[in-house]
Design a protein around this ligand. Structure first.
Ligand SMILES: [Mg+2]
Length: 209
């Protein structure tokens, strides 16, 4: 029986892809002398796993933390431009009413997530928010939150929009719902082998109850 759901933030709850691409192109790419993302490349990016993207764009894993930190700061300035995914608030409310524990596990900053949830009156929907600045360390963060909130692996689902989320959730021993409305495409997500695929927020309810 599922008792708790842990959600990724960007692309899963927050419709932030366009804002993030904008920030990447106008600030991050020029600052680090990397190629901006062209309009017609967005779908290619969505179909590609993040490690290949880093390699293809010659982004060193060592430079990544600085870039991520800078991106968080810039996202913070644009937080009011980011809207919730259509219907996600209603679905979270429904899940909440069926007494599930709901949490957020993100590689965005806690400050940005709190500002967003507050702006959209979604703060009360969640029991906890975990954030870590490492793009590839989410499995450790999941381990930590399971332990601190005494959640059972078999009773917890991870919900995310990226290949990274499927990998991290599995590495932490959770079943994963991959959602197709975010940063990675349905086909790319399916290759990562999620336990469930949700094409719309409504479908989460069926997997969780
Ligand atoms: Mg995401």
């Amino acid at each position: 029986m599922i008792k708790s759901l842990v959600f990724d933030f960007d692309g899963t709850i927050a419709d932030s892809l366009q804002v993030v691409i904008e920030i990447y192109n106008s600030i991050i790419a020029p600052a680090y002398n990397i190629r901006p993302i062209q309009r017609n490349e967005e779908e290619i990016f969505r179909a590609t796993d993040p490690r290949s993207l880093l390699r293809a764009n010659k982004i060193s894993i060592f430079r990544l933390p600085m870039m991520v930190l800078r991106a968080h700061k810039e996202i913070g300035k644009k937080i009011s431009d980011i809207k919730p995914i259509t219907n996600i608030t209603e679905i979270l409310n429904t899940l909440r009413k069926s007494s599930l524990t709901l949490g957020v596990c993100t590689s965005n900053s806690r400050k940005n997530v709190l500002a967003f949830l507050e702006e959209h009156k979604m703060l009360d929907l969640f029991d906890f928010i975990y954030s870590g600045k490492h793009l590839f360390g989410k499995d450790k963060l999941i381990h930590k939150l399971l332990k601190e909130h005494k959640l059972n692996k078999d009773e917890t689902l991870f919900v995310g929009d990226e290949i990274r989320d499927v990998e991290a959730g599995h590495k932490a021993g959770l079943k994963v719902i991959a959602v197709t409305w975010g940063y990675n495409t349905r086909d790319a997500l399916k290759l990562a082998g999620p336990d469930f695929v949700a094409e719309s927020p409504e479908e989460i309810i069926g997997f969780a109850t």
